[in-house]
Design a protein around this ligand. Structure first.
Ligand code: DGY
Length: 320
């Protein structure tokens, strides 16, 4: 009987599907990330591993799994936690969950954009603290959204959902991507291609939707921040290290940009105290895909990828 291990509990539909297929399923039921040693042991003794983005699946894990392990099914669309080259060399499939989380992630990016632009979190705190004593002409002034320029960095599935939602606000949408979209798609989405520099210099809102790769590491660094307008609001629901967090904090502190909505951080789950102390940021704990429906759909996908790999097929969401 093939053995499948979950490094952490995910919606139980995944387990049900796999048990139904007759697999021997083990789930880490503790509310903690397994240690590297524990993951190595699982890799050695299982045919399939279901992992989270917080599990570091490096060369050592892959080596341990070589020969027995057939697939690493990551419960995320991103897979920067996995050494894909090593897995490929070892003949182990690596799968992800693309598509099903694009809407939820774009929705959260928009929620952060609104929350920062209209100071929702600060206002909520103000009311709860009993400080609301009457309408004031300059109380919690924020920024318009309609008609402004939104710069989308990374125009994959999630970036496109972000763009579609901008139509309702009649925004001017610029995008930056390695490969330009076709003119037809640009027209459908209502977006214009820009270089990174053009996008940064002209955007009121900048939303990141790139995977984390060597190329996108610190894509927004000192040089890029220095070109931003003082009213720029940055939204990051992609991966923390795409932004140089220290530089972001410096620009926020000095009021050189207007604010940031962050769902991801450079050294998750660590969030710098300086960010926590800033009023012009809204922080969420990497919950871009966190809706009941989306997480269930992701769970079904990881199970389907495992089933297909254990049948000897190339799984539908193999990343290489
Ligand atoms: C992902 O899937 O990569 C998100 O960051 C979490 O759902």
């Amino acid at each position: 009987m093939a053995k499948v291990a979950f490094t952490y509990e995910i919606p139980e539909i995944a387990e049900k599907i796999l048990l139904n297929e007759g697999f021997d399923v083990w789930v880490n039921r503790e509310d903690r990330t397994l240690t590297h040693e524990e993951i190595i042991k699982l890799a050695k003794n299982n045919d399939a591993l279901i992992t989270l983005l917080s599990d570091k699946i490096d060369e050592e894990v892959i080596k341990a799994g070589k020969g027995k392990l057939k697939v690493i099914s990551n419960y995320a669309v991103g897979y920067n936690n996995i050494d894909v080259d090593a897995a490929k060399e070892a003949g182990i499939y690596v799968t992800n969950t693309p598509g099903v989380l694009s809407d939820a992630t774009a929705d959260l990016a928009w929620a952060l954009l609104f929350a920062v632009a209209r100071k929702i979190v600060e206002s909520d705190k103000f009311v709860r603290e009993g400080k609301f004593v009457g309408w004031r002409p300059k109380l919690f002034l924020g920024y318009d959204i309609k008609g402004k320029t939104l710069g989308i960095i990374g125009m994959g599935r999630i970036g496109k959902e972000m763009a579609k939602r901008a139509k309702g606000f009649e925004m001017n949408v610029l995008y930056y991507k390695r490969n330009k979209l076709s003119e037809i798609e640009e027209k459908e989405l209502g977006v214009k291609y820009a270089t990174l520099e053009e996008l940064i210099k002209n955007s009121d809102y900048i939303s990141l939707h790139t995977p984390l790769t060597d190329e996108t590491y610190h894509l927004l660094d000192e040089k890029e921040f220095s070109m931003m307008k003082p009213n720029t609001i940055i939204i990051n629901t992609a991966r923390g290290p795409v932004i140089n967090e220290k530089v972001l904090i410096k620009y926020l502190k000095e009021g050189k940009i207007a604010g940031a909505g962050l769902d991801v951080y450079e050294e998750e789950p660590k969030v710098p105290q300086e960010l926590i102390e800033l009023d012009n940021v809204v922080l969420t704990p990497h919950t871009g895909s966190a809706t009941y429906e989306t997480r269930d759909n992701m769970a079904k996908m990881v199970a389907e990828n495992v089933i297909s790999a254990l049948k000897g097929e190339v799984p539908p969401n193999n990343v290489y």
